[in-house]
Design a protein around this ligand. Structure first.
Ligand code: NAD
Ligand code: UD1
Length: 349
């Protein structure tokens, strides 16, 4: 019997790619999303890309803080597990609107956990972030490092990780996998789904992509005086399809009968790439020049962050396959086919 997975935030960037991988792996997926930072078009395209498996997706436009609505979803379907992506993620916005972030991310998660518990669904995969490593004292970051947060967004991730540890201590029936993502970039190789941020893009590659298609004049490079190979910040960029596959591996671990408790895994490639290296790789993939404006450091930015991937490789039997060439190739493919994101027609339609 196919297992059924509830995916919160499944219309979003990482969620949509993961739902596609879930369907292709033979799972049934029920997506709940309030479409605050996404489009229902993504769900439609995922269903198309999944071919014969496209019939195995159901979408509900629901806010996870609406307990009654969540209750109804759980009353109508028995879930084998939940993958919880739903949340707000703009660091700068979280500094200005901390209560919005605590309300949406933390209250939303508590609601979800309460409804799961009431319905006896106690297997969870949660989207955490490398942001919980703060400015790491050394690299690569291993899962045992001390944790910290420099902004309300990061604190919601830290708090939710702690909440998950506490509920497992209180009730060992829970099996929870916390996945700390490094820097997800790229898009599905088909070019039909990808990242489509609302408003001003905060992250590097969505910004680069918008410069390449002429929506913005230049990329501002935040600092070229770091102690790195070329002075710009170094990060661990990971192809979103690799990241999505990491969720399938996590689910398999939840279902394989082993005693998991509440376990945490990094999802990264283990390789550090500078801003200028990433821009050069994108220019090569796209054939477009990305004009640069060098500016000061962005507050809260770390110098070098990349993952130790040993634990995920050993225990989840997962390893990223793609390098920055493929990430940039697929990012450009998506951007050139959809220069205005989901706001413009799919060339395949
Ligand atoms: P995204 O904004 O594209 O997706 C999040 C989805 O959740 C959106 O579709 C949004 O509409 C939905 N959502 C938000 N609040 C909701 C609510 N209260 N009820 C229902 N739906 C709600 O972001 P993403 O990049 O796909 O990130 C997914 C998760 O991964 C987030 O929790 C994010 O914090 C985490 N994460 C992302 C990154 C990254 O760089 N993209 C890195 C680390 C962690
Ligand atoms: C940022 C967030 C982090 C969050 C992650 C994923 C901050 C301080 N950190 O991480 O909490 O989990 O996104 O959402 O916001 N850069 C530029 N110009 C730009 C954008 C970025 O030079 O316009 C540089 C940054 O300084 C950094 C690198 O590119 O060196 C990557 O930045 P970004 O994509 O925002 O990711 P993180 O800073 O790693």
């Amino acid at each position: 019997m196919a297992k059924t997975v509830l995916v919160t935030g499944g219309a979003g960037y990482i969620g949509s790619h993961t739902v596609l991988q879930l369907l292709l792996a033979g799972f049934k997926a029920v997506v709940v999303d309030n479409l605050e930072n996404s489009s229902e078009v993504a769900i439609k395209r995922v269903a198309e890309l999944a071919g014969e498996f496209g019939k195995n997706i159901i979408f509900h436009k629901i806010d996870i803080r609406d307990k009654e609505a969540l209750e109804k979803v759980f009353a109508s379907t028995t879930f084998d597990a939940v993958i919880h992506f739903a949340g707000l993620k703009a660091v700068g916005e979280s500094v200005h609107k901390p209560l919005l972030y605590y309300n949406n991310n933390i209250i939303g998660t508590i609601n979800l956990l309460e409804v799961m518990s009431a319905h006896g669904c106690k297997k969870l995969v949660f989207s955490s972030s490398a942001t919980v490593y703060g400015w790491p004292k050394e690299v690569p970051c291993t899962e045992e490092f001390d944790l910290s947060a420099t902004n309300p967004y990061g604190r919601t991730k830290l708090f939710i990780e702690e909440i998950c540890r506490d509920i497992h201590i209180s009730d060992p029936d829970w099996s929870i996998i916390l996945l700390r993502y490094f820097n997800p970039v790229g898009a599905h190789p088909s070019g039909h789904i990808g990242e489509d941020p609302r408003g001003f893009p905060n992250n590097l590659m969505p910004f680069v992509q918008q410069v390449a298609v002429g929506r913005r004049p230049a990329l501002t490079v935040f600092g070229n005086d770091y102690s790195t190979k070329d002075g710009t910040g170094v990060r661990d960029y990971i192809h979103v399809v690799d990241l999505s596959d990491g969720h399938i591996s996590a689910l398999q671990k939840l279902f394989d009968g082993s005693e998991i408790g509440c376990e945490v895994y990094n999802l990264g490639t283990g390789k550090g790439t500078s801003v200028l290296e990433m821009v050069a790789a994108f220019e090569k993939a796209s054939g477009k020049e990305i004009p640069l404006v060098i500016a000061g450091r962005r507050p809260g930015d770390a110098e070098i962050v990349y993952a130790s991937t040993a634990k995920a490789e050993k225990e989840l039997h997962w390893k990223a396959k793609y390098g920055i060439e493929e990430m940039c190739r697929d990012q450009w493919n998506w951007a050139s086919m959809n220069p205005w994101g989901y706001g413009c027609p799919d060339p395949a339609d």
